[in-house]
Design a protein around this ligand. Structure first.
Ligand code: NCD
Ligand code: ZN
Length: 347
């Protein structure tokens, strides 16, 4: 594919890491994702979290009700792993079509108070998952206050992930939204049962984006943006064609007034222009020909699901997405609100 290409047609992609929230918010964010992706893995960090198969089924119906008529979109449901999620729930989850459980270390991020305090407490449930073929999706950050915020992912690999990998050699693990060179290197060498998602914002921005010209809360997410050498390592991984790296937006909507706040929420909203943002990142790296594998093939293959059959087309076109969206009674400001993009999805 020549680097100057202006039209890009891809097999319909999937988003392997997405937050859509609940209630009225669904009507804003679900149509954005459904316009681009065939499927998305839905994060379970609601308040209270989604911890049973029955809750996941009910949540799936609420999401499906927010898909605009004429669009086909399949939410892939997950459960929130807690210290005491019973192993018996795994069989019910499998029967309900749940694809994975999400591990949040307690206190690591938005709505993670019910998260795991000690991985050992979950071992019987992890054994049941390994047997049933359910994936474990990992928010890979330690939470100790004595570990520097920017080092929490790298420390997690040594303290938690390597022992976990050793104890459950055939559990499929996705290291979610990786942000460091250490994580990319780990996943590259961790074997066939380990993969990683990478967000568009971690491919496009380094940590300067949070501070340039004043604190910019809409660039604050967890794991936080890192320095430039890490961004470059993530780009190299994403464009490498290695199948263990695939697309997961981690689009995480919050009301604007809670991000523009003395203690602003973590999470960047990117679902309104997800593929446009990824196309921009791959284009900047001269690797548009590697976008389809990353966005449309490798995730489905790792999850053991069929690849999608439809297509989407992106065109090189300068346009500016809306600066904000209605979000229930509040306002939702996307990442890089008000800035022009260079690619546009065609209807
Ligand atoms: C996510 C959210 O808001 O739910 N926030 C974020 O910064 N990514 C939670 C998460 O994935 O860590
Ligand atoms: Zn997330």
């Amino acid at each position: 594919m020549p680097p100057s290409i202006d039209t890009l047609t891809l097999t319909r992609p999937d988003d392997w890491h997405l937050h859509v929230r609940d209630g009225e918010a669904l009507n804003t964010v679900v149509p954005h994702t459904a316009a681009q992706f065939g499927r998305a893995v839905i994060m379970p960090n609601l308040k209270p979290p989604v911890t049973t198969a029955a809750q996941a089924l009910a949540y799936r119906s609420r999401i499906a009700a927010a898909v605009p008529r004429g669009m086909s979109f399949e939410p892939l449901m997950t459960l929130y792993l807690t210290d005491n999620l019973p192993p018996a729930e795994i069989a019910r989850a499998k029967d309900a079509g749940v694809v994975a459980l999400k591990l949040y270390p307690a206190g690591a991020t938005t709505n993670s108070d019910a998260g795991v305090t000690n991985l050992r407490k979950t071992y019987r449930t992890l054994e049941a998952m390994q047997r049933a073929g359910l994936l474990l999706l990992v928010h890979g950050e330690v939470t100790s206050p004595d570990i520097d915020l920017f080092d929490r992912e790298a420390v997690f690999i040594d303290q938690q992930l390597i022992p976990l990998r050793r104890d459950f050699p055939e559990l499929k693990i996705v290291f979610e939204h990786i942000t460091t060179r250490e994580a990319a290197q780990y996943v590259e060498s961790a074997g066939a049962f380990t993969a990683a998602t990478i967000t568009a914002h971690h491919l496009l921005y380094n940590r300067n984006a949070i501070f340039l010209g004043g604190v910019r809360p809409h660039f604050y997410c967890l794991p936080v943006l890192k320095r430039e050498l890490h961004r470059q390592a993530l780009v190299s991984a994403a464009i490498s064609g290695a199948p263990q790296f695939f697309l997961g937006t981690d689009s995480a909507p919050h009301p604007a007034h809670l991000k523009e706040h003395a203690s602003g929420c973590a999470g960047c909203y990117t679902a309104h222009a997800a593929m446009e943002l990824y196309a921009q990142a791959f284009d900047a790296a001269g690797a548009l020909d590697k976008l389809e594998g990353f966005a449309s093939f490798f995730g489905a293959d790792f999850y053991g699901l069929p690849r999608n059959s439809g297509q989407i087309t992106l065109r090189r076109e300068t346009w500016t997405p809306p600066a904000s969206f209605a979000f229930g009674a509040a306002e939702l400001k996307p990442l890089a609100s008000g800035e022009a993009l260079q690619w546009r999805l065609q209807n």
